[in-house]
Design a protein around this ligand. Structure first.
Ligand code: D5M
Ligand code: FE
Ligand code: ZN
Length: 526
């Protein structure tokens, strides 16, 4: 990779202990001899500077030029290429100059020109980013039975609140005491779904008073909806009680849903966010080159408005996540993995806001909601001052509500539902199901581990404007009732395990979201 690559420059500066501003990197990249410019900037920056600014670079380059003018013998170590001599610092990698064919041998003065003549200057005063709800620091659950009861009650309360208007709910105990043949509604948590010998469906719904059997006849035209049911989700049904009031014949079935009339929020100015996930640093399959191309691109004019980077989990490959994972590790120590990740993060322009949540490969508890990284890991990743939150997290970015969730439950949704409703090829459709159920991980006890907390953090109390997940390593996006669902792919090439089960990952893509229009473009860095 040529020395003038912004990612290389940022990482070289980082190795000298500097976090650099985007303009500083651009100035160095645009110098005729970026390597020399970098050395000069490092040499002349104040000892106590944590961030290398454009001012530092400019004054370093000015000094370098003055020195060159004053003392011709000194020219080689101060941007020597500017005078067209062939024997400038041979340590500059081969790409220098070759990637800027328009410059000609005479070159422009070193101090002003960015690569592609562009200097970024974001107006950071307009930025706003905050997290509404996050388990980090709030975890109280001890894993006792009563904690599970409490979290399920909370789930039921929150979601039944969303469903109450839909049916004329009566608690299961009062249903049982009702006259046979009466119309009745029930809001309940799905306890069991099974098909009967005659091809009908028996759904057991549970509320705080008990369990009640509900029968969906195969000719009712709602069998399609039964296909979508997951255990432990909360739904509402309407129908007629049997003569002995012992069972409810279902006429209609309702999910909590995103209202059809939902109008998403948008930002007040043209600004963009890159939504990525599953970086998997530490894996032999981590695609460093694609990552460099991505971070280089972030320094270009085309990415001028990309001011936020949201990462939905799996920063590192982790250790002991899956059987035999060690064979595919490039870095075997978990802390060293985070240190390496932190270095890659430093390639991202210094002025960008980064927010990240953990995934199942990260060094936090596996059960969801997952708290954000502990102090030790935060320290390791502190250079870029990234915001670290739990999984899931509801993030407000300039008014746009982005629900970030790593996505382990997607494996479950895809395994349980028919292919047309949820598949690895179209991960966004599995996300639509979660939006419909207003819960990021409805089914308990399967692939998704759930930690019982004071309340159910996994309920979508608010409708998000954007739902951002990862985990399945497939790129897919679409709109569900005006809500954008995007699964952002990964930065890890196919692993042996994935080969063995035919998972063909979408690696090296960066979905870019316009926060003012909520439109998406995907950039390919392969
Ligand atoms: O998981 C990436 C995807 O691959 C996700 O759909 C789970 C699946 N996966 C990967 N490795 C395994 C193993 N060993 N068993 C079961 N499922 C697996 P990620 O967790 O991001 O690596
Ligand atoms: Fe992953
Ligand atoms: Zn994952």
């Amino acid at each position: 990779m040529p020395m003038e690559s912004p990612a290389r420059i940022a990482s070289a500066l980082a190795s000298h202990g500097f976090n650099a501003s985007r303009e500083a990197v651009t100035l160095i990249a645009g110098a005729d001899d970026p390597d020399a410019a970098l050395a000069l900037a490092v040499e002349t920056a104040p000892d106590d500077a944590l961030v290398l600014t454009a001012e530092h670079v400019k004054s370093a380059l000015d000094r370098g030029r003055d020195r060159r003018l004053a003392d011709p013998d000194d020219r080689d170590d101060a941007g020597g290429a500017a005078d067209g001599t062939a024997d400038t610092d041979p340590s500059v990698s081969g790409g220098t100059g070759a990637s800027e064919p328009g410059d000609g041998p005479g070159g422009a003065p070193v101090e002003t020109k960015g690569s592609s003549g562009f200097v970024r200057d974001p107006d950071t005063s307009k930025r706003s980013i905050s997290v509404a709800r996050d388990i980090t620091g709030q975890s109280t659950g001890t894993g006792e039975y009563k904690d599970f009861v409490r979290v399920f009650r909370d789930r039921y309360e929150k979601l039944s609140g969303q469903l109450r208007g839909r049916v004329n709910h009566r608690p299961t105990d009062s249903l049982r005491a009702s006259p046979g043949g009466a119309d009745a509604g029930l809001v309940g948590m799905v306890n069991d779904v099974r098909s009967t010998a005659n091809g009908h469906w028996l759904i057991e719904l549970e509320d705080t008073k008990g369990v009640f059997p509900c029968l969906v006849m195969k000719d009712k035209g709602i069998a399609d909806l039964v296909d979508e049911l997951l255990l432990d989700e909360v739904i509402a049904v309407d129908g007629t009680l049997a003569d002995d009031a012992g069972i409810l014949f279902v006429d209609s079935l309702h999910f909590p849903e995103v209202p059809r009339t939902y109008q998403p929020n948008t930002a007040d100015r043209h600004v963009q966010a890159a939504l990525i996930s599953d970086v998997h640093v530490g894996s032999q399959e981590f695609m460093a080159d694609a990552w460099h191309r991505f971070t280089d691109w972030l320094h270009t004019e085309e990415a001028e408005h990309v001011e936020y980077l949201l990462i939905a989990g799996d920063m590192v490959e982790g250790v002991g996540v899956y059987p035999n994972q060690d064979d595919e590790l490039d870095i075997i120590d978990i802390y060293e993995q985070y240190e390496a990740f932190s270095e890659y993060l430093k390639e991202v322009p210094g002025d960008m806001e980064i927010l990240m949540i953990p995934g199942n490969h990260d060094a936090v508890r596996l059960a969801e909601p997952q708290p954000g990284f502990d102090e030790e890991l935060r320290d390791i990743m502190s250079a870029h001052d990234a915001r670290i939150h739990g999984n899931p997290a509801l993030v407000d970015v300039e008014g746009v509500k982005v629900l970030m969730y790593h996505g382990v439950s997607l494996d479950e949704v895809i395994a349980e539902l028919p292919e047309a409703k949820a598949s690895y090829e179209e991960p966004h459709k599995a996300m639509y199901q979660l939006l419909k159920k207003r819960h990021v991980a409805p089914q308990f006890g399967g692939k998704t581990r759930v930690a019982p907390e004071e309340e159910d953090y996994l309920v979508m109390e608010e409708v998000p404007d954007v739902f951002h997940t990862g985990h399945v390593h497939k790129l897919g996006w679409g709109k569900y009732r005006r809500v954008i669902a995007v699964n952002s792919g990964c930065w890890q090439a196919q692993t042996d395990f994935q080969k063995s089960v035919n998972i063909d990952p979408d690696a090296g893509f960066a979905p870019i979201l316009d926060l003012d229009t909520l439109s998406m473009t995907v950039h390919d860095f392969n």
